[in-house]
Structure formats: C-alpha cells, structure tokens
Design a protein around this ligand. Structure first.
Ligand code: MIC
Ligand code: SF4
Length: 646
C-alpha cells in the first residue's frame, strides 16, 4: 500500500498497535523512546505517580534538565532533585543540569534511526535528523507512552521536500527551514509530516538536518524526517554508536500528498523578522537594522559545527562595542570539544559571553534584551515577549548572519566577513557520558524527593451535564502557548506548582485574567486561527482548567495544544468566521445537553443567553477523545485503567 512506501509510513507501520494506516484515521503507535525536560518533566513524573505507574516500559526514556538551570531560588534546585529521584525510581536515564539541551544530547547519545521518539517538548522532531520518527506531545501523552500505552495520532499527510543543488557559501541549514517558513507560513505543516529527499540530502550532515527538522515545529508539522544513510552512519560512528545505525529511505516510487522542490543553490541568507518565525526576508533587505544583542545557541543551532563555525568567523575579530554577544553551547560534548581544540579561546578573545550549556535566553532565562532593543538569535521562536523584554524586536537567523551582526553591529550579509570557512565533521566526537545517570535495575527502594514547591495534581471532575460559561477573553490569530502561559525567570520555577503557576495565565495579554476567571467560576476563551501554536507545555491547558476555563472556542487549533486541552477536560470547539465576529467578551453562554453532544462528538449547540442567539460549534472528536472529555480528562480515563493493569 502506498502509505507504507515513504519513510514516515514505514516507521508508523512497523509501530502500529491500533487502527488502520490511512490518512485522516486515528491510530495508536508503540513508542520506543521518550524524552522529558525539566520544565515539562516535573508534571510528567507527577502524572506517572498519580497513575501509580512504577517502571517505564519503553526501550529508552531520558529525563533532561536544561530549561531552568538558573536556581534563582530553592524551587528550581528542588525540581532537579525531584526529577533525579523520580527518573531513577521509574527506570529512566537522568541527564544532569549542565549536560546539555535535550534535543542536542538526544541526537548525540540516544537517538536511533527507525525508532519512534515522543518528547514533552515541541522540538522533539529534531531527532528526525537521524531518521527517527520523533514527535512532540503534551506531558500526559508522554507519561502514558512511558507506561507502555500507545500514542494516539491522526495519520498525517506526508509532504516530500525534494532538495537539489548545493548550499552556496554563507548559506546554511537554517536558511533552508527559514525559506520553507517563508513559503508555507506557521500553519503550513499542520497535520503533516515533512519528509526530506532528493539528491542534495547527502550534502547535509546530521546537525544540519537536525536544524531543519527542529524548526519544522514552527511549520506546525507533526514531524520532519531525513533518511538514515551513510551520512547518518558516519555521525553515529563518530559518536561511538555505529552498531545503532540502520538504513532508512523511501521506497522507489513512493507517493506523497504534496511535493515541494528546493534548489539549495538558489538560496540566500534569510532572517525571520519580529515577531513570528514566518516573517522571513533576505538579510540583504534589512541592512539598516541596528543590533544590540546577538545570541548564538538553542536546540536549533548549537551543535559543534555551528559553534566551530562561529568561532572561526570570530577568530581574530572583536565583537562590536555596541553589541552584547552571548553563546550557549548545546551540550557538554560541544563545549568540551571547543575547549580542547582552542575554538573556545577565539570566542572568548573576540568578546563573547559564554553562558551555561542550556536553553538559557531561548526560554527567557536571562539575557533579556534592552528595552526597545534588537536581538538577533540563532533560535527558533521570536514570539513577542518570549525574550523577557516585551518591546524588544527579535530576529532569527543562522550563525553566519548572527556573527556578522555581532561584529558589524547591524544586520548584514555575512559575505563581508571574507571567505566562509569550511567546517569538517569530526572523525570522533569526544564522548563522556559521566553526567548521564543510568537507572538502577530496581528503583523501588528509591524515595522521591519532593520539595515544598512540588504540588501533587488535583482531581478533575467528570464533564457536567450542562455548562453555563462567561466568555472572558477574545483573542486574534496565532495565539502562542507563550501568550497563554509565559516562560522566563519568574514563571518557570513554578512549573511543578499548579496553583502558583496558574496565577500567570494570560498575564501578558490580560493581567486580570486569573482573578476574573476565579470570580466567575466557569469561563470560556475565544481565539482565532491556529490557537495554541508553539510549545508543548501542558500547563497552558491545565493552568486555565485550574482557573475554571471549561471551553476554548477558536477558528482552528494547533494540534499539540488541542490534545492538551482534551487531556485536561477542556472542550475545544471550532467556530466559523460569523460566530467569531458575533461572540464578544462578556457574553454569557449556555451549553445544555452537553453529554449527548460530546458522546456524539460532532456538534454542540451554544446559546448566547444575553443575546438570545444560538450557534452550532464543531467538536470533531474521535471516540477516544469523547471518552476522555466525558471522564474529565486523561488521568481519570486512561490513568486509572493503566494503574489497574500495572
Ligand atoms: C519552548 O521552546 O517553547 C519550550 C520551552 O521548549 C517548550 C516546552 C516548555 O514550555 O517547557 C516547547 O517547545 O515545547
Ligand atoms: Fe530549549 Fe529553546 Fe529548544 Fe525550547 S526551543 S527546547 S527552550 S532551546
């Protein structure tokens, strides 16, 4: 059958546990590997605990600490100890703070071609650079996958991105994905897997492929995947993992839902302008932009190749006196290789500020730009306020443009730096896994350390028979989970404390949101297109639910966030343009006969009681989603069942 000919279909087929492998149908697949990071991981382990699950059933599960490593108070250090003890207790590897960003380390040390990887982080598709089928999900889905349950998904369409030609001097992998974002926009990959093929694939090395698959998340895609070929084999061999290599490629004549051709030779250096990753323009058109800060790092561009390139470009030069250049290496492996080879000295001598090996500024943990300032970042997201400075303008680029900006103080074509250095892949990476703690054979004796900021999850009641709601917030298109629940120094330390973090829901958009919601008791939100794009943080669903949000109306939903809403018993309801315009903040709504509507899973009649007007909202729920909503969320529905089995 045709769906099994491309790489995505082959891997899904080999992991199919439930359902039929046809686009648009719901399937359950077996998950081989999972990853969590600290900011989402604390909830994952709390969920495992409330389900009474003792030991993970995956082939490999890894708990990383990379997002919040600042330890500005006891909360953070307590979270780290909680994760360390909980991962040992449940049989997962623990990557200590300082070891690196989850996606970079996973690529280096754990990823295996042909396997499935589910991560509680939206950039988990980075693993597609190694030929894995790697997907981001909410923490609850990851917890269930760790417990051995299938991961449910709609069979995606598959788009072939056919690469020809060769990247010109000064153009890098980041420009390939920025080009796709320019062309397809942030909704362009919804419901799809982007599969890369064509003769130019072999010219891209694994870290370059991973830059592309990483930022496929910004297209809204389920996942992105490159073949596993000789290039992949070289990478794994250099990591001392040649035995884990297997080849993966699309079969001859594989049929795709769509084909996009990109001639790499025709690309130029690109930049995503404030404040969306798809506002992409050639750097040549932006040369009047003066820059205050440059940040190199993040899971998109912090590999050994990216940082060696930056070091070579900065060698013997000086950072512009009006620019602050910060560098956060992706992993300890990257940092220690830069140190061993003297590359770190070039960075330090040029005036770069070397930060910890972590996500750092990408999630607003320090290095907020000056007010009204301009920051050029090699990261993947530039949503308003994410940097920690609400009125800052953040531009996204590859390391070449970032270094040119650091030296000249402006956005500029990197060609002015002379000739582009050729960065070879090392024959052997420096392997030192001493900061990865393997799980003990039997973790049952380990007691989990729960500091005072770690609060067990509340019980959520089943869906009531009818709902009276007040609409307290109406929003536009492309609302991000950073809008719903920001990251940053103030909020991240509260990720394991639901009552405390909920106070920050929508605080940047509507500072009184939390108080209003609590006052009203049961409330609703209305969004435009692509509601909930961006991160996988399930706090953006659980926080509102905790405050009394029982339904979210939107013209369309981002897939990860919609799943999170359902997991916590919040109704996602599609509305059309007419209703979007009709419904206003302050409207009172009533949904009678709610059980029957959810049981049928198609439509729900909403009465605007203050306007004497009815409309039909679309539910479009699968059978499983209906059952979850009726039970009041996933923990009630599946968790208890699994615990019973365990
Ligand atoms: C992000 O890049 O937005 C994050 C922070 O990594 C999130 C996860 C989170 O909010 O903890 C993501 O991408 O899923
Ligand atoms: Fe960390 Fe940024 Fe990557 Fe998210 S996008 S995992 S915050 S580096």
């Amino acid at each position: 059958m045709a769906y099994k000919d491309h790489m995505a279909g082959q891997i899904l087929d080999a992991h199919l546990e439930e359902g039929v492998l046809e686009p648009g149908r719901e399937i359950g697949i077996r998950i081989d590997q999972t990853l969590t990071q600290d900011a989402t991981g604390t909830l994952v382990y709390l969920e495992l605990m409330s389900m009474g699950i003792h030991r993970v059933r995956t082939k490999r599960s890894v708990a990383y600490v990379d997002h919040n490593t600042l330890q500005s108070g006891f909360e953070n250090a307590d979270d780290h100890l909680f994760l360390q003890s909980a991962s040992a207790r449940h049989g997962a590897y623990f990557s200590r703070p300082g070891n690196g960003i989850c996606h970079q380390v996973h690529l280096e040390r754990f990823g295996i071609p042909g396997q499935t990887l589910l991560g509680s982080d939206s950039h988990t598709p980075t693993g597609g650079g190694l030929g894995m089928l790697a997907m981001g999900a909410g923490g609850m889905d990851v917890a269930l996958a760790m417990a051995g349950a299938p991961f449910y998904m709609m069979v995606p369409e598959v788009t072939l991105v056919r690469l020809t030609g060769e990247l010109p001097q000064w153009v890098g992998a980041k420009d390939v994905i920025l080009y796709l974002l320019k062309r397809l926009k942030v909704k362009g990959g919804l419901g799809k897997i982007m599969e890369y093929g064509g003769p130019a694939v072999k010219t891209l090395r694994v870290p370059e492929r991973a830059t592309i698959t990483n930022m496929g998340a910004e297209l809204g895609a389920w996942s992105s995947i490159f073949p596993s070929d000789e290039v992949t084999k070289r990478f794994l061999t250099a990591q001392g993992r040649e035995t884990e290599w297997i080849p993966i490629s699309a079969r001859q004549g594989a049929k795709y839902d769509d084909v996009i051709e990109i001639d790499l030779s025709a690309l130029e250096p690109l930049v995503a302008c404030p404040s969306s990753p798809d506002k992409v323009r050639p750097v040549n058109e932006l040369s009047n932009v003066k820059v205050d800060q440059v940040a190199i790092g993040s899971c998109t561009n912090s590999s050994y190749m990216d940082l060696k390139l930056s070091a070579q470009l900065l060698r013997g030069k000086k950072v512009n006196p009006e620019v602050s250049l910060v560098i956060s290496p992706g992993s300890r492996q990257v940092l220690s290789m830069l140190a061993r080879e003297g590359e770190l000295t070039h960075l330090i001598d040029a005036g770069a500020r070397i930060l910890e090996v972590a996500c750092g500024p990408c999630i607003g943990m320090g290095q907020a730009p000056p007010s009204g300032g301009v920051s050029v970042r090699t990261f993947n997201r530039n949503f308003k306020g994410r940097s920690g400075t609400h009125d800052a303008s953040v531009y996204l680029s590859g390391p070449q443009v970032a270094v040119a900006a650091a030296i000249t103080g402006r956005l500029a074509h990197p060609a002015l730096l002379g000739n582009a250095p050729d960065i070879a892949e090392p024959e052997n990476f420096l392997v030192n896994d001493s900061m990865i703690i393997p799980p003990p054979d039997n973790g049952e004796e380990i007691s989990i350390r729960m500091g005072p900021n770690i609060v067990a999850l509340p019980e959520l009641e089943p869906l009531p028979g009818s709902l009276k709601l007040k609409l307290i917030l109406k929003l536009g298109d492309n609302i991000t989970t950073d809008d719903i629940l920001p990251g940053g120094v103030k909020v991240l330390p509260l990720r394991s404390n639901l009552p405390a973090i909920s106070r920050h829901v929508y605080e940047l958009r509507s500072p009184e949101f939390a108080d209003k919601a609590r006052e009203e008791g049961a409330v609703a939100i209305l969004g435009g297109e692509n509601y909930g794009q961006g991160s996988s943080r399930e706090h953006a669903a659980l926080g509102p639910r905790f405050l009394g949000v029982r339904a979210v109306f939107a013209k369309s939903f981002a897939r990860l966030h919609r799943a999170n809403l359902i997991n916590f018993g919040v109704l996602p309801i599609w509305v059309r343009d007419e209703e979007y315009h009709e419904v206003e903040e302050g409207d009172h709504m009533e949904i009678a006969d709610l059980h029957r509507s959810v049981e049928e899973g198609e439509k729900v009649v909403v009465r605007l009681t203050n306007k004497g007007f009815d409309f039909k909202g679309r539910l479009d729920l699968s059978l499983r989603e209906r059952q979850i909503l009726l039970a009041g969320g996933r923990l009630n529905f599946e968790g208890r069942r699994l615990a019973g089995r365990a």
